[in-house]
Design a protein around this ligand. Sequence first.
Ligand code: ATP
Ligand code: MG
Ligand code: FE
Length: 338
Amino acid sequence: MLVLGLETSCDETGLALFDSEKGLLGQVLHSQIALHAEYGGVVPELASRDHVRKMIPLLETLLSQTQTKKSDLDAIAFTRGPGLMGALMTGALFGRTLAFALDIPAIGVHHMEGHLLAPLLSEAPPEFPFVALLVSGGHSQLMAAYGIGQYELLGESIDDAAGEAFDKVAKMMNLPYPGGPNVAKLAESGDPQAFNLPRPMLHQGLDFSFSGMKTAVLNQYKKIEGQGRDADLAASFQEAMVDTLVKKCVRALKQTGLKRLVIAGGVSANQALRTRLQEELKRIAAKVYYAEPALCTDNGAMIAFAGWQRLKAGQHDELAVTTTPRWPMTELDIPRQE
Ligand code: ATP
Ligand code: MG
Ligand code: FE
């Protein structure tokens, strides 16, 4: 089955073709970073309009790159939520309409289920059940995943998301958006022990809090501004973040008795986090799984793949176009057969 995946939940237009026999055939991505740069954040209306502009040219590119015709498509998966309403509508309308014209099924996919399942596209994919750490620009959650659609929330951030904290720290240090990769790069040349930053809620349960950590970085930054110690502060912040995430992951594994950890979402691309998890999980005979960096941040491949997981069980949407800007992952249904 050949599935076209469309991702338009925020500021990336991502399209991909997933073949159930051959795997991922190809993907294209257009990021709107430059478009929103002068406003200091994503402007929803500009995002929607740009998705509309890019969708058809990107589809043409994808089809020619993979030497595929529209008529080869068997199904279309698009992001139904969560995300920006207008941005979601563009992908949902485009996907639903194209599927109608081609007389093939369409399915609306949960963006975070897409992130969660992306590591299953790797060469040695994890098997269910596993603990999932979802860390992206808008979410920080620990889930127990028992199968497709069978997700139990173990803990989540009570304030900022992990990626959001990276982005805000980058902004205060005058690093370009998206902050994560830039903070991580700067941190490479810094001393992670230089500043002792707080690690809120470290010894307490499976919830996270990153807002205090971010404020502590701001206070520290004001003291050292212009002293050439930015790399030390970036490294110390990343260390506090990694400490917290790793500790909670280990606690979640112990609590559930599970031995597999899947990390997903943009922050899961962070090399310091990956390295530390590998070391720490070895101690408790557990294993960490993640996607290749390009599949950690938003992309069409994860949507095509998550869509296929449901399509192969016979699930698909009706003709009405539905978007769900707020959509807890724990409300997803379980496909009848897997
Ligand atoms: P959501 O998926 O919650 O709706 P989103 O789609 O904006 O939010 P993603 O695309 O999954 O989020 O990830 C983007 C986030 O990941 C940004 O906050 C970015 O700073 C962060 N990020 C990307 N690479 C890294 C990295 N190497 N280290 C830390 N953070 C990173
Ligand atoms: Mg984005
Ligand atoms: Fe995302």
